[in-house]
Design a binder for this molecule. Sequence first.
Ligand code: NAP
Length: 285
Amino acid sequence: MAILITGASAGFGAAMARRFVQAGYPVVGMARRGDKLHALKEQLGDMFQILEADLTDKIAVDAALGSLHNLPEAFRQIDCLVNNAGLALGLDPAQEADFDDWETVIQTNIVGLAYLTRQVLPQMVARNKGYIINLGSIAANYPYPGGNVYGASKAFVRQFSLNLRADLHGTGVRVSVVEPGLCGGTEFSYVRFKGDSERADALYRHTDSLSADDIAETVLWLYQRPAHMNVNSLEIMPVSQSFGALPVHRTPPPPPPPPPPVAADAPAPQPKEKTLLERLSDWLK
Ligand SMILES: NC(=O)c1ccc[n+]([C@@H]2O[C@H](COP(=O)([O-])OP(=O)(O)OC[C@H]3O[C@@H](n4cnc5c(N)ncnc54)[C@H](OP(=O)(O)O)[C@@H]3O)[C@@H](O)[C@H]2O)c1
């Protein structure tokens, strides 16, 4: 039985495909870019099979799943679905963001993930065995400026995963959400900044971020836990990343009131007369 990994043409997905094949599992990799998937197949051989499909296209996804039956026996049933394909687009504040970008993120990270899960789940429930591993993000848990729809889509992934657990109660089907923080060496920021590699690279400069292999190793570890054990959610950050204080916006204080106007013929202010105690202490000096 196979591991179906979406977004296997790059980043985490490609690293997971490598790691699972290395560990002896048959892997089916899904993505849009067939050239990248074929290049990976060159390295991984027959233990890696390809499904070329756009996750946002339900008809293409159904056709891809239907074509599993043409693959060798070991690839026909999905024992583990790793919903990894996903993206962020832009970092603009909500009031300036491109709405088309928002729609693409929602269609991919939410609708595509939910649809594929819905299509794969029944055979897992029928077998009373299977595993859905969803790639969320720390962006689901810690809002940041410009995170708007991306963070919200990952909050969906988190809550969807936990709700799946509730629906699958009494079955042997496991569900986990993995929520990574800053992770370099993938196309994620390059895609987010629409090919601006200088801006993307700057995010990972002079710091030790997570790697795609760290995530692949973690997902393999999850899969290999005993059948009675379910990790609900797993949040991972590089040591170099932590939490910041919540910003507080303060309005500048009003300027002090101007001194009262002094009349030109007003008497000069007289020095205050000293008290008896002050005069006595002057005398003792
Ligand atoms: N890197 C990070 O710092 C980080 C942190 C937290 C969470 N994550 C999450 O981890 C997952 C993987 O990220 P990554 O860093 O590996 O990103 P990546 O290198 O950009 O890879 C994203 C993968 O998703 C696939 N994909 C995108 N849209 C698709 C669509 N419509 N249909 C099918 N496949 C699609 C891409 O393949 P094609 O372009 O070939 O279709 C690619 O293989 C994402 O869900 C991301 O949100 C990443």
